[in-house]
Design a protein. Structure first.
Lengths: 509, 358
């Protein structure tokens, strides 16, 4: 029963989540002693597939063979027993503990008593063997992110894993740290370990991998030997498809003067590295400017800088001619700027407050009565109007917002933001996690707003959505604009190349 | 085999006011029942014990007045903490704010002898407010400027302030008449009038109820209260919607500290008349329990303060009548808090019957 020559053979893996098929009959083979890259856009199903292999999810159907032997992996413990280890995007280290302590944490050896000295010896042997230059007694909080990642990998090696999964390991690294990681990976490969490398950065994949499997919308597009392919082909495999337009868009009727102007903007990420690198663009009244790009390329930082949540390092933001660079949100909001945050739960609304309070929170000034009180009658009227207009399904305006369904929560946020009659709307992932009906509703509302003369910045990891709604599209890659164009002017292949950082385009617009 | 089991599921509906009140009353009853088990352990009929407790708290003029005397500071500190928690300023420092308020009030009380009560009383109350505000201002600024955890700073300030008070009353202010470690007596015109003949109940009760009423208006009717509630639930969302969260946080801290400071001034002016190191019997800390028990709601806080005052006063009488050690009062308080937290949990979750075939 095939697969003896492979470290991992995943056969016919299917995983459904409500509303989506994350893995649709995926076949995946990992050779022994190879570095195999899994490539694909966000939501292509890479992480889901690996979580199944690591026992975090169980597949709805399909089989897994490890070195030709059929196995059942129900929990990470099963995976570890089968010699599989995974490094997640978010580290699972204990900051006040030392490297050694973190490495042995959770490890059940064959002796009942913990021999710290022996453990430390083994850890420092491992460090020397791979030339990692780590101090086994250093505390985690003293280490850089790149070093912490190495500790995560050490943890796996300590458990003698033969198969190592790395979920977007370079997303948090500087270029130099990435090179040092690659060296580490090559050493592990030389020892016959097999490595799965999840990424969406083409140049890295080309550099480190032996073979590449491309996923798109839960299916395998194809597997290539790295030496037989090139970035252009891979980009095509990543995004190449028919775009299905569920909404028909007319050209904007309200196109007018420039509302938003961004000049040579530099913004840092949470780690203090530049995330937005000198971007310049403008948005007109009655226009949707969409940002295409794999998420994590500076879109979030740009949106946060625009609303005043994140410090601008260099450059300027002008709204209606007014310089709002590094102004707090209250100054920006007072210019009638609406914001649909990417993280609805964290930033979007007040879960323990009523729907009424949530609808009124943004323009609370309007309900100020006699300089001290709240005008509840007006608040009631106002919220009932919005509940009707935006079809928010709730037994009453007094229900708590947290009891709404996901789609209704987004309608609530949308209602609150649009009701201020914004001049400029920042919509970051407006339809993420919503069902088809709610998605379509939100998209229609965005177009409606555009025709009412709102300037809209649309950020979405759903490329179809960006192309469907935007009047102009700009592609972000590593914090830079790879091109700004009208969606109908550029082929999907070219967009894929820009998203992968291979190609830069100057197109009219 | 069929097994009947219960499963905890998240509520999708918002519990009604009636349901919430029922849960809270249930929590209090459950804690009294649990405490009964302890009473039975010392071979005393819990019905008799509780009878003595409530008789000792409400059963006579003296009893009721003493309960109310206890209610006054607990109501102040409870509301002080409730307002702070509402805005997510974790003020554990009501005790210190109370003492600094009392210290400030004493300054005026001992230096303006004979000044008309209509002038001196308001001045001393205001001084108390300012003292408490000042004590809360430091942690509030550290928190909003440098993200220093206010739980630590407010808690540690309690000790700093208490030691400052001790240094003063053991040193420069030591009562020259009695040589006790206490300040000289404040001016008689700075004393709060008694409002129930033959008891210690003083006009501080009126001030306490007035403060509770103001908190009620802020909580239910005011624009500012609305902002504070929003900020407390999700400060980041409030900030991104254009709220001046730094200003609001500092205001919350100032008012919260100020109310705790008034508690100190009122205890000084109504009961002690000297600044003493035992001016507060842990009112600042009990205020935290009161605020939680009252779910930060003004009516809830007032009821909780009265409940706590009842238990604390009544347990003394219970001790005299039955010999049950009066620290039982603190056991009841603690157990009640645990049950209230359980009740709060069940406002978000409920039990659902699951039948399983085995």
């Amino acid at each position: 029963m095939g697969g003896e020559d492979y470290a991992v053979y995943m056969k016919g893996i299917v995983k459904r989540f409500p509303g989506v098929v994350a893995n649709d009959h995926i076949d995946f083979k990992l050779g022994i002693g190879e570095i195999h890259a899994l490539l694909g856009e966000n939501g292509a199903g890479k992480t889901t597939l690996m979580n199944i292999l690591y026992g975090l999810y169980s597949a709805d159907s399909g089989e897994i063979y490890i070195y030709g032997k059929k196995v059942s992996i129900k929990t990470p413990k099963d995976a570890i027993k089968n010699g599989i280890g995974m490094v997640h995007q978010h580290f699972t280290l204990v900051p006040p503990f030392t490297v050694t302590e973190n490495v042995i944490l959770g490890y059940e050896g064959n002796k009942p008593v913990l021999n710290m000295a022996e453990a430390r010896k083994r850890v420092s042997e491992l460090i020397d063997r791979y030339g990692l230059g780590l101090d086994p007694d250093a505390k985690i909080w003293q280490l850089s992110v790149g070093e912490q990642q190495k500790v995560e990998i050490l943890k796996i090696l300590f458990r003698e894993a033969k198969i190592i999964i790395l979920d977007e390991p370079t997303a948090v690294l500087t270029p130099k740290e990435t090179q040092s990681l690659f060296e580490f990976l090559r050493k592990m490969k030389a020892e016959g370990r097999s490595i799965i490398f999840i990424s969406h950065k083409l140049h890295e994949v080309m550099e480190i991998s032996d073979r590449i499997t491309v996923l798109q919308k839960g299916r395998v597009v194809g597997t290539r030997n790295t030496k037989d392919t090139n970035e252009v082909e891979l980009a095509r495999m990543m995004v190449g498809r028919e775009v299905i337009f569920t909404i028909k868009k007319e050209p904007s009727k309200a196109l007018g003067r420039i509302i938003v102007e961004v000049r040579n903007l530099w913004v840092n990420s949470d780690r203090g590295l530049p995330a937005v690198k000198g971007v310049t663009f403008s948005i007109r009244k009655g226009e949707i400017l969409g940002i295409a790009g794999v998420s994590g390329n500076g879109q979030r930082e740009l949106a946060e800088a625009l609303i005043g949540l994140r410090k601008v390092d260099k450059g300027n933001i002008l709204i209606d001619g007014l310089d709002v660079t590094n102004k707090p949100p209250k100054d920006i909001v007072s210019l009638n700027v609406a914001y649909l945050p990417e993280d609805r739960e964290e930033l979007g609304y007040f879960k323990d407050e009523s729907i009424r309070s949530n609808l009124c929170s943004k323009i609370r000034y309007s309900f100020l009565k006699k300089n001290f009180f709240l005008d509840f009658r007006m608040m009631n009227q106002y919220s009932d109007t919005l509940i009707n207009e935006f079809d928010i399904i709730t037994p009453s305006r007094f229900n708590l917002a947290k009891n709404l369904s996901g789609g209704n929560k987004q309608r609530l946020v949308l209602a609150r933001e649009l009701a201020i009659k914004p001049k400029f709307l920042i919509a970051n992932q407006p339809t993420r996690g919503l069902d088809v009906g709610a998605t379509e509703y939100i998209r229609k509302k965005l177009l409606e707003q555009r025709d009412d003369g709102v300037a809209i910045l649309l950020i979405s990891e759903d490329l179809d959505e960006v192309l469907m709604l935007s009047d102009r599209v700009m592609v972000f890659y590593e914090g830079e604009i790879m091109g700004i164009f009208k969606p109908e002017e550029v082929s999907l292949d070219d967009i894929g190349l820009m998203m992968a950082g291979v190609k830069r385009m100057e197109v009219s617009a | 085999m069929r097994i009947l089991r219960y499963k905890i599921v998240k509520r999708i509906e918002t519990p009604s006011t009636l349901e919430r009140i029922a849960l809270m009353v249930g929590a209090v009853i459950a804690s009294i029942l649990i405490s009964s088990v302890l009473i039975i352990q010392v071979n005393i009929n819990p019905f008799i014990a509780y009878y003595e407790l409530f008789k000792g708290a409400w059963g006579s003029k003296l009893a009721l007045s003493e309960t109310l005397v206890r209610f006054i500071p607990l109501s102040f500190t409870g509301i002080a903490v409730a307002l702070a928690f509402l805005g997510r300023f974790w003020n554990i420092g009501a005790e210190g704010q109370l003492y600094l308020g009392a210290l400030f009030a004493t300054v005026f009380g001992i230096s303006f002898y004979g000044v008309s009560p209509f002038v001196l009383i308001p001045i001393m109350i205001l001084a108390g407010f300012l003292g408490g505000s000042l004590a809360a201002l430091i942690p509030a600024v550290l928190r909003s400027k440098y993200q220093v955890d206010e739980v630590v700073t407010t808690l540690l300030l309690n000790w700093i302030i208490l030691f400052i008070v001790e240094a003063i009353i053991y040193g420069p202010w030591r009562n020259p008449v009695s040589a006790w470690p206490e300040s000289p007596a404040i001016s008689v015109t700075g004393e709060l009038p008694r409002i129930w003949k033959g008891t210690r109940l003083h006009a501080g009760l009126i001030i306490a109820l007035l403060v509770a009423l103001i908190y009620f208006i802020i909580y239910t009717r005011s624009y500012w209260g609305f902002e504070v509630k929003l900020m407390g639930i999700n400060p980041k969302a409030a900030y991104v919607q254009g709220m001046d969260v730094v200003r609001n946080l500092i205001l919350v801290a100032l008012i919260s500290g100020g109310i705790a400071g008034i508690a100190g001034a009122v205890e000084l002016m109504g009961i002690h008349f000297h600044l003493r190191e035992n001016l507060s019997l842990g009112y600042g800390y009990t205020g935290i329990v009161v605020a939680m028990l009252g779910l930060l709601h003004p009516i809830g806080v007032v009821l909780a303060a009265f409940f706590m005052a009842t238990i604390e006063t009544g347990s003394q009488a219970m001790y005299r009548a039955t010999g049950i050690p009066y620290p039982l009062a603190y056991v009841i308080e603690g157990v009640t808090l645990v049950f209230v937290l359980i009740a709060v949990f069940f406002m978000e979750y409920r039990l659902e019957k699951v039948e399983e075939e085995r």
